[in-house]
Design a binder for this molecule. Structure first.
Ligand code: FAD
Ligand code: 2HG
Ligand code: ZN
Length: 465
């Protein structure tokens, strides 16, 4: 029996001909890449687990370029793989076969910034970290932040509806994105690039493209509401003995810090072990006492320490130490890549159930797995359960799945909290969505992309139930 995550056979799209290349070279001179060496990194995903065989990479600069590309591809029945920073974790960002890669990397202009409202409008290929730096100079920040900030692009973030490390405070992109410009499969440009906070004139079409993983259109520009840069930032790294204590600390923290709390993240001791083993990052809290370090969080820390919820910890008030502490959390994904083949699960659960899945999985796998780690966005009820084995092992996979999906469905959780479905998770959608919802998604796809040229084999399941 074939693995449900494996790609189905190649669909009957056309293949690229010399005439097609002539056309692309005419509209994108010097930006039609066919050199196999240059194409290699765009054909492989960040995790190096999905590899396509595209022979053409197109690098448009303008919306009009994208429109011409799609109009042509649609007419010729050529499949297209939209690509941003290629940091996606579910195999959605790379071709499965020979789809043409349309990269937004050169679409990296900031179009406008209103320093009164905090509304930024930019092209889709702007790298998240560059946007953050631009805004910080103007006393604003982006409403999202993630470990992949140095490579991921805002268009990719919107297409995956990325959550990240600040969602707890600033909410999801479904709220902060005010407008989108999207090129549809047939090349039509949908201009919904509004910069209004409020606009109830009909259906909110932009929402369809947020999180649709490049299957409904190519996002070419984004307008987004950005918060003011906080006056001071403190990062606290605390150690708890049990997940139960961690949850009690979270409750205390919410109660005492309220709206100034920007993030509440966690990583377990297995993550700490991997950070130390593979990236040589030492435990930042051993031997320090947060009561001596900072003023700002004094009351909360006093309470957390005296009630014995927290064993030890450290506080960062200056930027460089804050960065060091954040890297402990942000670099777990990287540490895992050094541990072996990684089986990734990105699960939404009621917050009090989060760690039970890690403990149950550990027990269920016994010594079949090399490491079983839990980390994630506690404040959002989002667990990152990661399992490694020395090499990809079908037996380990068979022990994990469908166990992990059944466990999640039994709690009415989501099998993809923030990374999307891409190639890897598309056939598991029914664990989290009813049949009618998936059928309606498929109708929307058929309406917007009747030939199915946009990111085929991704997001929607191979067969409708
Ligand atoms: P890509 O990986 O290039 O593409 C992702 C998907 O979007 C693909 O399906 C692609 O076809 C589509 N796409 C890209 N650009 C466009 C466009 N302009 N129009 C239409 N479709 C497009 N995710 C989180 O949610 N939270 C995290 O905290 C987080 N942390 C991460 C940390 C690391 C170290 C890594 C490697 C990844 C992390 N991710 C996280 C995964 C996350 O999905 C991506 O990092 C990010 O949102 C993808 O942006 P990208 O530009 O790299 O898009
Ligand atoms: C994070 O929160 C990312 O660090 C990546 O979403 C999670 O690698 C993962 O499983
Ligand atoms: Zn995450």
């Amino acid at each position: 029996k074939s693995c449900p995550a494996a790609a189905p056979g190649r669909l009957p799209f056309s293949t690229v001909t010399p005439d097609d290349l002539d056309f692309f070279r005419k509209i994108l001179p010097g930006r039609t890449i066919t050199d196999p060496d240059l194409l290699q990194s765009s054909n492989v995903d960040w995790l190096k687990t999905v590899k396509g065989s595209s022979e053409v990479l197109l690098r448009p600069r303008t919306t009009e370029d994208v429109s011409q590309i799609l109009r042509y591809c649609n007419r010729r029945n050529l499949a297209v793989n939209p690509q941003g920073g290629n940091t996606g974790l579910v195999g959605g960002s790379v071709p499965v076969y020979d789809e043409i890669i349309v990269s937004t990397a050169l679409m990296n202009n900031i179009l406008s910034f209103d320093s009164v409202s905090g509304i930024l409008t930019c092209q889709a290929g702007c790298v998240l970290e560059n946007l953050t730096l631009y805004l910080e100079e103007r006393d604003y920040i982006m409403p999202l932040d993630l470990g992949a900030k140095g490579s991921c692009q805002i268009g990719g973030n919107v297409s995956t509806n990325a959550g990240g490390l600040r969602l707890l405070r600033y909410g999801s992109l479904h709220g902060t994105v005010l407008g989108l410009e999207v090129v549809l499969a047939d090349g039509r440009v949908l201009d919904c690039l509004s910069t209004l906070r409020k606009d109830n004139t009909g259906y909110d079409l932009k929402q369809l493209f947020i999180g649709s993983e490049g299957t409904l259109g190519v996002i070419t520009a984004v307008s987004i509401l950005c918060p003011r840069k906080p006056k001071s930032v403190n990062v606290v790294f605390l150690g708890c003995e049990t997940f139960e204590q961690l949850l009690q600390t979270f409750q205390l923290c919410r109660g005492m810090l309220g709206e100034i709390l920007s993030a509440f993240e966690f990583l377990d001791s297995e993550c700490m072990r991997l950070l130390n083993t593979h990236l040589k990052l030492p435990n930042p809290i051993s031997g320090s006492d947060p009561r001596h370090d900072g003023e700002k969080l004094h009351n909360f820390l006093e309470e957390a320490m005296t009630s014995s919820l927290v064993n030890d910890g450290t506080v960062a008030t200056e930027e460089s130490k804050a960065k060091t502490l954040w890297s402990m959390r942000e670099r777990v994904t990287e540490a895992l890549t050094h541990d072996g083949y990684t089986y990734k699960y990105d699960i939404s659960l009621p917050v009090d159930r989060i760690y039970q899945l890690v403990t149950d999985m550990r027990e269920h796998l016994g010594d079949k797995a090399k490491s079983v780690v839990g980390y994630g966005h506690v404040g959002d009820g989002n667990l990152h359960l990661n399992i490694t084995s020395p090499t990809k092992d079908p037996e380990v996979l068979a022990a994990i799945e469908p166990f992990v999906y059944e466990w999640t469905a039994s709690c009415q959780g989501s099998i993809s909290a923030e990374h999307g479905l891409g190639l890897k998770k598309r056939n598991y959608i029914y664990y989290s969505k009813p049949r009618q919802a998936v059928a309606l998604m498929s109708d929307i796809k058929a309406m917007l992309d009747p030939k199915g040229i946009l990111n085929p084999y991704k997001t929607l399941p191979d067969n409708l139930k």
